[in-house]
Design a protein around this ligand. Structure first.
Ligand code: PEP
Ligand code: MG
Length: 565
């Protein structure tokens, strides 16, 4: 079994076709007539433009206009007057051939993109490489491998899948794609997702290990490639593939739709994300916003704290990706089970009850201010839909202190104050929810922690896992009360704990009046579909029954019979 990056969902079973990189080496020549050589270069550039325009038009029909922009981007790059005039100058001044001039200039641009800080700009280097290869092939008269006529059931195995290659694929004939390079945000990943072709990228030596005509299974969910599968494996994956396709077909009806209950009450399905790149997933998976950006991931796996500018860029990137949708960003939630070595937090007897999240931040105000300033600036520089969320609030005083700090910083920056809300994840916040609501622009229920604190059962301790149960009537009653308190105070109430995606709990959350469900990007459509099953009246009936029960087991059984029965 080979491992790679799971870049596009789905399961593909088919026969390998390895596309080998064509040799585009050439001999650098000195030319006698530089004007003629410049004309030859311009003719190749014109041909490149015409071919690319055709490719983009085909893509508009077969994929969608947005993805065709990637290919049009190649035209824009090459029509930059600076790029071609530099090639012209090299030919004129050094009497070198068009191939050598094109290669030198494009390699220079490639190196420039590779040196960029952020991954998205780095990916542009692949685009330049793609342009270079295609332009050189035109100059050298090398014909491309014909990807349009690959046989049905092809598993395409290639070193790097360039955008132009992807654009040429006949989607119906390609069972899956395997490459040796590329990441989640590479154009080949974006395009394979847009074409809905299962893809596993960055599989080491794939073009050598996988042989032409061999049968392979490509699992775009787990990022695995099974070479020469056994009969049992084939049967297993054929079943998985059929299940995946059936579920996808069922959920297709909800793409791009509003989230509505069966009786037309408007809800929203947002996404939980851990880094700016996940923002792309949230958008692709049709999230209506981001309900929780866990910023602590920006602080992990590194030697020192990200500075204000780096944070600003990360927050702005998510807002830019989500365009004008709401993006709720949670301020740093360290401590508990989230350890960040360079912060040198002291070991504690009870980390979940200790110096965590907002408690740490308010004692390190200078550092907290960097994050808050980055958030205020990102909000001001985008569409103003960035909401700040504070974790682990236990007292009204804490929330007021954070809010005052945000107001002071915004005044200093002469920028608008973003919306500020709290996670409701401590029993104290739940009990004081009516008072907190006076100062909060929104609530978001963190059921992962709320469950552990209400049940006094550590969320990671298997010995007490039987108590850590969101179906426990104590937790369900707390959820009901929080939602109703927020709704009565006229503020939106969402949920960003795992429970928001639990189909069994959805009728209860509808009955209690919750408006926003924040789930992992892959659960968006499923959650939207589950919400659509329930009218308020039916949900109320379920809630009434469940709230009369005494134990978690009874609540679970009752919900199961209503939801799955
Ligand atoms: C929660 O507690 O429900 C939550 C969403 O936050 P985390 O899981 O990051 O503590
Ligand atoms: Mg939490």
């Amino acid at each position: 079994m080979l491992k790679g990056i799971a870049a596009s969902e789905g399961i593909g079973i088919g026969k390998v076709v390895v596309i080998r990189q064509q040799d585009i080496t050439f001999e650098q020549k000195t030319v006698a007539n530089v004007h003629q050589e410049i004309d030859r270069l311009h003719a190749a550039v014109d041909q490149f433009m015409a071919n690319t325009e055709k490719l983009a038009e085909e893509m508009e029909k077969s994929v969608n206009p947005k993805e065709a922009q990637i290919i049009r981007g190649h035209m824009a790059m090459l029509s930059d007057p600076f790029m071609v005039s530099q090639m012209d100058d090299m030919i004129k001044n050094d009497s070198i051939c068009a191939e050598a001039a094109a290669q030198t200039v494009l390699d220079m641009f490639k190196a420039m993109f590779q040196g960029a800080e952020d991954e998205l700009t780095q990916q542009r280097a692949t685009d330049v490489e793609d342009i270079k290869t295609r332009l050189l092939k035109l100059l050298l008269g090398i014909k491309d491998a014909d990807l349009k006529t690959l046989p049905a059931g092809t598993v395409l195995v290639v070193g790097d899948l360039t955008p132009s290659m992807t654009a040429e694929l006949n989607r119906d004939n390609i069972a899956a794609i395997v490459t040796e390079s590329g990441g989640m945000t590479s154009h080949s990943a974006i395009l394979s997702r847009a074409l809905e072709i299962p893809a596993v990228l960055s599989v080491l030596n794939a073009t050598v290990t996988l042989k032409d005509s061999a049968t392979v299974i490509v699992d775009g969910m787990s990022g695995t490639v099974i070479n020469d599968p056994t009969v049992a494996q084939l049967e297993e994956y054929e079943k998985k593939q059929a299940d995946y396709m059936a579920e996808k077909e069922r959920l297709r009806a909800y793409i791009g739709k509003e989230t509505l209950t069966a009786d037309g009450i408007k809800k929203e399905v947002f996404c939980n994300i851990g880094n700016p790149k996940d923002g792309i997933k949230a958008k692709e998976k049709d999230g209506e916003g981001v309900g929780l950006f866990r910023t602590e991931f920006l602080f992990m796996d590194r030697e020192s704290m990200p500075d204000e500018q780096e944070q600003y860029e990360a927050y702005k990137k998510v807002c830019d990706t989500l365009e004008n949708k709401t993006v709720i960003i949670r301020t740093l939630d360290v401590g508990g089970d989230k350890e960040i070595p360079y912060m040198n937090l002291a070991k504690e007897e009870n980390p979940f009850l200790g110096f965590r999240a907002v408690r740490y931040c308010l004692k390190n105000k200078e550092q907290y201010s960097l994050q808050l300033r980055a958030l205020i600036r990102a909000n001001a520089d985008t569409t103003g839909n960035l909401w700040i969320m504070v974790p682990m609030i236990a007292t009204v005083a804490e929330f007021k202190e954070v809010k005052a700090l945000i107001e002071d910083l915004a005044a200093e920056l002469e920028m608008p104050v973003p919306k500020v809300g709290t996670m409701v994840e401590t029993p104290a916040a739940f009990i004081m929810a009516d008072k907190l609501a006076k100062y909060c622009d929104f609530f978001s229920i963190g059921t992962n922690d709320l469950t552990q604190y209400i049940m006094v059962a550590d969320r990671g301790n298997s010995q007490v896992a039987y108590l850590y149960n969101t179906y426990d009537p104590a937790v369900l009653r707390a959820i009901k009360q929080i939602i109703e308190t927020g709704v009565n105070a006229g503020i939106p109430v969402g949920m960003c704990g795992e429970a928001a995606a639990d189909p069994l709990l959805i009728p209860l959350l509808i009955s209690f009046g919750m408006t926003e469900f924040s789930v992992s990007p892959t659960s968006v459509l499923k959650t939207r579909a589950e919400i659509a099953r329930w009218s308020k009246a039916e949900a109320d009936k379920v809630a009434q029954e469940v709230l009369a029960l005494e134990t978690a087991d009874e609540a679970f059984a009752c919900l199961e019979s209503h939801v799955r029965g």
